[in-house]
Design a protein around this ligand. Sequence first.
Ligand SMILES: Cc1cc2nc3c(=O)[nH]c(=O)nc-3n(C[C@H](O)[C@H](O)[C@H](O)COP(=O)(O)OP(=O)(O)OC[C@H]3O[C@@H](n4cnc5c(N)ncnc54)[C@H](O)[C@@H]3O)c2cc1C
Length: 380
Amino acid sequence: MDFTLNENQTMFRDMVRDFARQEIAPIAQQMDEENGMPADLVEKMKEGGFFGIAFPEQYGGLGADTITYGLVVEELAKVSAGVCVMLTVHNSVGSYPVAMFGSEEIKQEFLPRMAAGEIAAFCVTEPGAGSDAASITTTARRDGDEYILNGNKIFVTNGQRAAFFVVIARTPGTTGHKDTHAFIVPRGTPGLIVGKKEDKMGLRASDTAVIDFEDARVPAVQLLGNEGDGFKIAMAALDGGRIGIAFQSLGIGEACLEEAVKYANMREQFGKPLMRQPVIGGMIADMGTELEAARLLALQAAWLKDQGKPYSKQAAMAKLMCSEAAWRAADKAVQIHGGYGYCKEYPVERYYRDVRVTRIYEGTSEIQRLVIARHLGREF
Ligand SMILES: Cc1cc2nc3c(=O)[nH]c(=O)nc-3n(C[C@H](O)[C@H](O)[C@H](O)COP(=O)(O)OP(=O)(O)OC[C@H]3O[C@@H](n4cnc5c(N)ncnc54)[C@H](O)[C@@H]3O)c2cc1C
């Protein structure tokens, strides 16, 4: 495997890095404090083609490969993990089910609009169904040419902004993963109710909302894949999504490393910069080494996906490793900043809050270990 970036990948990364530094970094702290994202930033990102990065060119996207997509995610996460997650959910779990499992008619109807910036969201989690996604109770009852959806979805990233929702629901009276179905449901569908926005610890630029369905009628043509494919589609979407979260974690971890080095070079105690105190230098060396190792796993998972090879195990490994390495990096960065690390004056305070969720969403670290163990259990 050669992970030397090609010209296209470098160009994308540099373009996004410039945009992130110029347009996002100056307002990142403000978005965190105000618990939201200005509409004009979303408009600029639409104009820049950000919403179509991972979409096929034939549907109006930029057709970037997974490595390029990962680099974009990483650059965004370095400045604002909240802006980053809006994009990753849209470009992966919010749209991938349509791109991979939608009929041609559905793809042509929805993908170009998504690629142009009509935001997508992914609704699996419910009050009683988190890690155990197969225990969802939202129902989809067939009625002629329609399905009628009833139930409650929670923690929906982009819930308040989204134009389209990928929804996983089940045949009434069933249990387990077999009788689950996936739908694309546009905002404005009568009975789709956008509920309260969560007041989160981190990722405060992004919105996370409750979505309720009360007799929401969805045309049967908006079924993705076949009846009974819902769980399979959700899991396939999450496999790809985890690569994005791995790169998001890396971006936050790398920002922590940069801030820690800058501070340790500047701050003097005992007559010399912290950087020259062996204990602090060792902490920084560990941060850099762990992030570099994690990065290789993320690149490997992305490369496998681009090669059309199986990547589910590597995506889980990358998500586990990157999120945990980034979490340790954030903890060390706060420690290296001493008391200032605990104050909002320095960005590591925000990174520390932002990184925490990477070990929780799109499958917790415990669930990644279950997935990895399941794969390994079949290999030997
Ligand atoms: C900011 C944010 C954004 C999110 N965005 C979305 C979204 O867009 N769409 C969506 O559908 N969901 C979303 N989620 C939901 C997220 O995916 C879930 O929170 C996550 O899957 C965990 O589910 P849970 O919160 O119900 O925890 P639970 O499943 O209740 O787990 C609680 C704890 O128990 C552990 N645990 C559970 N089962 C096991 C087991 N078998 N073995 C060992 N440990 C176990 C878990 O690891 C965790 O530590 C989001 C969540 C957050 C916080």
